[in-house]
Design a protein around this ligand. Structure first.
Ligand SMILES: C[S@@+](CC[C@H](N)C(=O)[O-])C[C@H]1O[C@@H](n2cnc3c(N)ncnc32)[C@H](O)[C@@H]1O
Length: 286
């Protein structure tokens, strides 16, 4: 970031977002995104007030590319034509089907670089939540920094942004999985691990159910994991939310000795009201 701080200010060019953006297209794609379940980060973990990725992508692009109104050599007609070209890029960028359209993303990155003297500024999102803004910045080739008060938000953002990037192009580590195909481009290796280890956890959970449930109660498949975060000086969970036979152990997400801490305990998710040995009716089951 320091590179940018020390740079002399160049003459200011108005950005596209200050003049016009194709709002109808952006709104339509943002609304459509709500019903997209497959491959969307919202399916990884619920996060309240998650912003639509389509809107984040469109707004980031429009904030970084110059509007042609300050380009001296262009006639008014040429400026309008150029603006329409930029609008067309925004409209295409907003579409979910184009999130992996490399040609379109490359065009968008080139436009951003052209407007930013080849050095786009980094993005900072201090309230990252589910990670939408840095995720879309990453897609557009922009460095992003993010933070959040809530350690769960930070964990989700790491899972969406940092971890897939770190394991990109690598084969899965689950025993025997790596040889199931030749190439593991992008995050496919990591996704395979998530699938296989997820299945392994479900299988282990079912085995645990068989041991602890009376014969009359059929084992229920685990459909997800719930958690409860306890913020405060005392990092012990209140007894009310402990399940004696939960399959997963407590993990510490963040914390400091003697200060504020956040303890996250994961346990197999069951329909509300069926948590065995728990005196808590409102444990956070997602
Ligand atoms: C509206 S949500 C952000 C949603 C995010 N843009 C997304 O698309 O998922 C607001 C976030 O701000 C965080 N927050 C609130 N007060 C904060 C503070 N003082 N410092 C850091 N984060 C804070 C909350 O934990 C919450 O995750």
């Amino acid at each position: 970031m320091s590179d940018h701080v020390n740079e002399p200010l160049r003459p200011y060019n108005r950005k596209l977002i200050e003049t016009s953006i194709p709002l109808v297209d952006i709104n339509r794609e943002s609304a459509r995104e709500k019903s997209i379940r497959h491959g969307h980060p919202s399916t990884l973990h619920l996060w309240w007030a998650r912003r639509p990725l389509a809107a984040c992508r469109a707004v980031l692009f429009s904030q970084l590319v110059d509007d042609p109104s300050d380009t001296p050599d262009l006639s008014e007609e040429e400026r309008e034509r150029r603006r329409k070209t930029l609008h067309a890029i925004v409209s295409e960028l907003a579409k979910w089907e184009n999130i992996n359209n490399h040609q379109l993303l490359e065009t968008a990155r080139e436009e951003i670089e052209r407007s930013c003297n080849g050095k786009p500024p980094p993005i900072f999102d201090p309230f990252v939540g589910g990670g939408s803004i840095p995720l879309e910045a990453q897609r557009l080739g922009i460095t992003a920094y993010a933070s959040d008060l809530n350690p769960v938000a930070v964990l989700i953002s790491k899972a969406v942004i940092e971890i897939p990037h770190k394991w990109s192009g690598r084969p899965p580590v689950f025993p025997g999985a790596a040889t199931s195909r030749m190439l593991w481009p992008g995050a496919t290796g990591m996704a395979e691990d998530v699938r296989r280890y997820g299945q392994w956890m479900c299988d282990e959970g079912r085995k645990a159910d068989r041991v602890s449930l009376p014969e009359s109660q059929a084992p229920r498949p685990h459909s997800g994991y719930g958690y409860r975060v306890d913020l405060g000086a005392d990092r012990h969970l209140p007894e009310s939310c402990l399940c004696r036979d939960d399959a997963a152990s407590a993990i510490l997400l963040a914390g400091q000795e003697g200060g504020q801490g956040a303890l996250c305990r994961a346990y197999p998710c069951r329909p509300p009201g069926t948590l065995r040995n728990s005196r808590s009716a409102n444990a956070n089951v997602s």
